[in-house]
Write a protein that binds this ligand. Structure first.
Ligand SMILES: [Zn+2]
Ligand SMILES: [Zn+2]
Length: 273
């Protein structure tokens, strides 16, 4: 199983970091988790396009995790030779989100259908809302969705992907909680969005300091990894992003409580397990 961090960034635009998006590849199956800013640019760099996505999973509907949903829909539609429904799995609310996104695309869809003789219908999006505990199984891959705690954002999900005898946990935005522990237990790879609470707490703007109470900080990610017997902790979505050359400093609080492997992610970081 390959895990590729397509976007290692956060809501704050960064010249080197696209928005949150992670690819899990099992053979020819490509599962995309979230679709933040620039996801298809990074997908192109990783050697695939929107038409190659087996399914898109949404951890939650915060804008930084979904900004390029419209781009995935449109580009898949235009680049596919025939109808190619995009399968989307996400928390309750995802269906309405899909319908409303498609509604914003109506003008463009009309232009393209009018222009291309071989394009006779608009994009298809098949959205399934997952209740916590939902399990999907297909072609040797098992994906478990569990609830997380990103209050006041409800509902939110994390995903445990099991294939080829390995386990990958995609956490999304969350503080430590039982659902998170359930997806992380004995995981070979655990990808966690994190903040530097020690730095964010010094921010002059209240709106920045507000983000502390609904994200794991680096130490909490390390504690979850240790408690759940994780093999490799991957830190991403850093707020603030580590300046080049100082990545190790950004991992220090996790290293203090977790003796497994730790990576501070960058765009296109690839992990094979
Ligand atoms: Zn969020
Ligand atoms: Zn986020």
């Amino acid at each position: 199983m390959d895990v590729i961090i397509l976007g290692s960034g956060s809501p704050m635009p960064h010249p080197e970091r696209a928005g949150p998006a992670t690819l899990v590849q099992v053979g020819q199956q490509r599962f995309l988790f979230d679709c933040g800013r620039g996801v298809l640019m990074r997908a192109a760099a990783a050697g695939f396009g929107a038409q190659n996505i087996s399914a898109l999973f949404l951890t939650h509907l915060h804008s930084d995790h979904t900004t390029d949903f419209n781009d995935v829909i449109t580009t898949r539609w235009v680049m596919s030779p025939g109808p190619s429904p995009l399968r989307v799995f996400g928390p309750v609310g995802s269906r309405q989100f899909s319908e409303r996104t498609l509604a914003t695309l109506e003008t463009d869809i009309g232009y393209r259908i009018a222009h291309h003789e071989d394009l006779t219908e608009g994009p298809r999006v098949e959205t399934r809302e997952l209740e916590p505990g939902a399990v999907l199984e297909e072609d040797g891959v098992r994906i478990l969705a569990m609830p997380t705690d990103h209050s006041p954002v409800h509902p939110t999900l994390s995903f445990r992907i099991e294939a080829e005898g390995k386990v990958v946990a995609i956490a999304g935005d969350t503080i430590p909680c039982d659902g998170l522990d359930a997806i992380c237990q004995d995981a070979d790879v655990y990808v966690q969005t994190v903040i530097r609470s020690d730095l964010v707490s010094q921010a002059p703007a209240l709106r920045m300091r507000d983000v502390i109470d609904y994200h794991s900080d680096v130490a909490q990610a390390g504690q979850t990894a240790a408690r759940c017997n994780v093999g490799h902790l991957v830190l991403n979505h850093f707020v603030p992003a580590p300046p080049p050359g100082r990545e190790e400093e950004w991992a220090a609080d996790a290293r203090a409580c977790f003796d497994g492997k730790i990576s501070v992610s960058h765009d296109l970081l690839k992990i094979t397990c």
